[in-house]
Design a protein around this ligand. Structure first.
Ligand code: HEC
Ligand code: HEC
Ligand code: HEC
Ligand code: HEC
Ligand code: HEC
Ligand code: HEC
Ligand code: HEC
Ligand code: HEC
Length: 417
């Protein structure tokens, strides 16, 4: 690390290595972690039923309040179009032709940050109405998935009312979804999504009756988040037409229920050819490629599921560098500069060009709009990736009036200690 290296050599070498690395990580089923899982097996949980988050308030009020402040607690909401508890973001008075349904058709409101979708009950199931409200642009856009594997392969027909949410959505948006009754215990990502069933624990108060992800092996712990934040599909078998990992429980081995989407060497729906985020909810797919994952970091090293005052409940601010500088600050073993930030970033210390996340977690994926979702592979996406595949890179996300060739030439001049 002390040796001076020119970035151009590093970039070419790094790129080659990263390609081998990406494929390897996906190929080896993470033998290191499996070994770890064996030596530190998930505690056997005496489990019974889901009880819902309200049952936890009595003894864990602070955790409950914190969790309530996160978007995990506001995923599927009742229709409230007025007042302080308003949940509806879309403008239903709009004459936009994309809006083909009325507020009266809506039974459940889904999401609120990037986009909002609307669900209607028909028979014993729920279906997503064919329009979506994009929050940042305040616009209606058509909602008719074509590229998800289950749409692309024609497993579900194009009509919105032939695509039941019990199969395509609910396992990731609710707690304890029962595929027979098509009903959840709670319409949220709540305590038991991450801690497992609580009915025995609420009586025994015994910690052996509940899962604490931080006590699982590194791989199993991250799987708790991956069950929803890792794009993929079920393996062939009974549940192959479900779009969520039916049967997975916190502490269990997600790989038995879910085949992770992998980079294909060409641009794919989930990830760009080089493995970077092309969609939202691929944090798992991208994070497992990173050095930080392999050095033992977890999703919850940076995110506090019980709330924080920062965007996306990060434990410290991601925007002003304090999160990253916890471990990469000047006096840490992973320091990236000795005296001033600009040694590393080649921008003034207080420039937006000195924000870690803008270069190392650039927005490369589509959530509601191109590109609004942050990559989680924590590398530096070379402008070469843009030239090769069109993957957005951090430099040109800001320097929009310059091209990738320019950015590549500029960054090539930089030296790293
Ligand atoms: C009647 C009180 C009570 C209720 C209700 C309760 N807990 Fe607990 N919980 C405890 C106590 C006491 C401990 C600490 C046990 C110990 O340290 O031995 C604990 C510990 C935990 C832990 C840490 C376990 C560990 O291994 O570190 C988690 C996670 C947890 N509870 C989650 C929940 C969830 C989720 C709910 C709701 C489904 C819930 N608890 C409801 C009393 C309760
Ligand atoms: C999105 C996943 C997620 C949700 C939802 C969630 N937790 Fe946790 N919880 C975690 C993780 C991960 C840990 C371990 C790391 C940490 O403390 O952040 C944890 C740890 C805990 C602990 C143990 C803390 C300690 O000191 O060891 C308790 C108690 C707890 N959670 C209670 C709750 C309760 C009650 C709820 C619902 C109101 C809840 N959690 C919701 C993921 C979650
Ligand atoms: C495999 C799990 C999974 C499935 C299946 C799934 N989602 Fe999601 N969904 C997520 C995750 C995780 C996020 C947050 C991802 C992010 O921000 O990158 C999300 C986010 C969303 C959002 C945006 C929320 C916001 O506040 O902007 C909407 C709307 C949504 N999902 C609707 C759906 C619908 C409709 C379906 C079924 C057709 C579906 N999802 C299926 C896991 C899933
Ligand atoms: C049961 C599915 C599920 C699990 C388990 C889950 N998430 Fe999520 N997560 C979601 C969905 C769905 C959303 C979108 C919520 C919304 O926008 O209303 C989301 C959103 C988020 C967000 C963005 C919140 C924001 O303010 O924009 C973060 C960060 C996040 N999850 C981290 C985690 C971490 C860390 C874990 C594991 C400890 C985890 N999630 C476990 C489904 C899940
Ligand atoms: C809990 C400590 C911790 C935090 C917080 C942390 N990192 Fe790291 N990071 C590490 C470790 C450990 C490594 C691997 C060893 C090394 O390269 O020094 C690493 C490596 C990296 C690398 C090099 C990856 C590679 O492939 O060579 C980048 C880039 C990086 N981190 C960016 C970030 C960014 C951006 C943030 C903030 C969003 C951040 N880190 C937050 C501990 C951390
Ligand atoms: C203007 C863009 C830019 C910003 C801002 C930036 N970096 Fe980097 N960073 C790079 C480039 C370029 C590399 C070299 C990548 C390579 O060699 O493949 C790099 C490399 C790294 C590495 C690997 C270092 C090594 O010697 O292996 C780490 C860790 C890292 N950055 C962390 C950070 C942290 C933490 C911040 C915020 C304090 C940050 N970076 C801000 C562009 C940036
Ligand atoms: C090294 C720290 C770090 C790790 C590890 C990490 N994240 Fe993030 N994550 C961030 C930061 C920083 C942001 C952006 C926060 C902001 O906008 O201020 C973010 C944003 C998000 C968002 C919001 C969507 C977006 O595109 O901005 C979700 C969802 C999310 N992370 C989920 C996860 C999940 C799931 C994992 C594990 C697979 C994970 N994160 C691992 C630092 C981290
Ligand atoms: C978050 C936004 C942001 C990112 C990311 C960013 N820059 Fe900048 N850059 C700026 C701003 C703002 C300036 C104006 C001077 C300043 O504030 O330091 C600038 C100035 C520059 C300059 C000198 C002035 C010019 O326009 O010729 C160069 C060269 C440059 N950046 C190259 C890069 C390269 C290469 C990368 C990627 C490794 C990069 N920047 C990433 C915002 C950014």
């Amino acid at each position: 690390m002390k040796m001076k290296k020119y970035w151009i050599l590093a970039a070419i070498f790094g790129w080659c290595i990263s390609q081998v690395y990406v494929l390897e990580i996906y190929a080896d089923n993470s033998s290191r972690d499996s070994a770890a899982a064996g030596s530190k097996a998930a505690p056997a949980q005496r489990e019974k039923d889901y009880v819902g988050s309200k049952e936890c308030i009595k003894c864990h009020e602070q955790y409950y309040k914190g969790w309530k402040s996160t978007l995990h607690s506001r995923m599927e909401m009742p229709v409230i179009s007025k007042g302080p508890d308003k949940t509806v973001k879309g403008d239903f008075s709009s004459d936009d032709p994309v809006l083909t349904f009325k507020l009266e058709d809506v039974d459940i409101v889904v999401g609120s940050r990037f986009k909002q979708r609307y669900s209607k009950k028909i028979g014993d199931d729920w279906y997503m109405l064919p329009g979506q409200w994009n929050v940042a642009t305040k616009k209606w856009v058509k909602y008719q998935p074509r590229n998800d594997w289950w749409a692309a392969e024609g497993i579900y027909p194009e009509e919105w009312d032939k695509r039941p949410t019990s199969r395509l959505c609910e396992g990731c948006h609710t707690v304890g979804f029962d595929i027979k009754t098509k009903k959840p215990v709670e319409r949220n990502i709540a305590c038991e999504s991450c801690h497992g069933r609580g009915s025995i624990h609420i009586k025994s108060k015994d910690k052996r009756d509940i899962i604490n992800p931080s006590k699982l092996s590194h791989e199993r712990a991250n799987m708790v988040c991956f069950q929803c934040h890792m794009s993929g599909r079920p393996p062939k078998g009974e549940f192959e037409t479900y779009a969520w990992p039916v049967g997975y429980k916190p502490g269990g081995d997600l790989k038995k229920y879910w085949d992770y989407a992998k980079p294909k060497g060409t641009n794919a729906y989930e990830v760009w050819a080089d493995g970077y985020a092309h969609k939202n909810r691929v944090q798992g797919n991208t994070f497992i490629q990173s050095k930080m994952y392999h050095e033992g970091l977890s999703c919850f090293t940076c995110h506090d599921s019980h709330g924080s005052r920062y965007t996306s409940f990060t434990i410290k601010s991601g925007k002003n560098n304090s999160l990253c500088l916890t471990c990469h600050g000047e006096n840490s073993p992973h320091a990236v500069f000795k005296i001033s930030l600009s040694e590393h970033t080649h921008h003034e210390d207080d420039s937006s060009g000195s924000k870690c996340i803008e270069c190392h977690m650039p927005k490369t994926g589509k959530n509601a709009e191109k590109w609004d979702a942050r990559d989680h592979s924590f590398t530096f996406i070379s402008p070469q990736s843009t030239i090769r595949y069109g993957t957005p890179n951090g430099c040109n996300n800001c320097h929009t009036n310059k091209n990738a060739e320019w950015a590549f030439e500029e960054v090539t001049k930089w030296k790293f200690e």
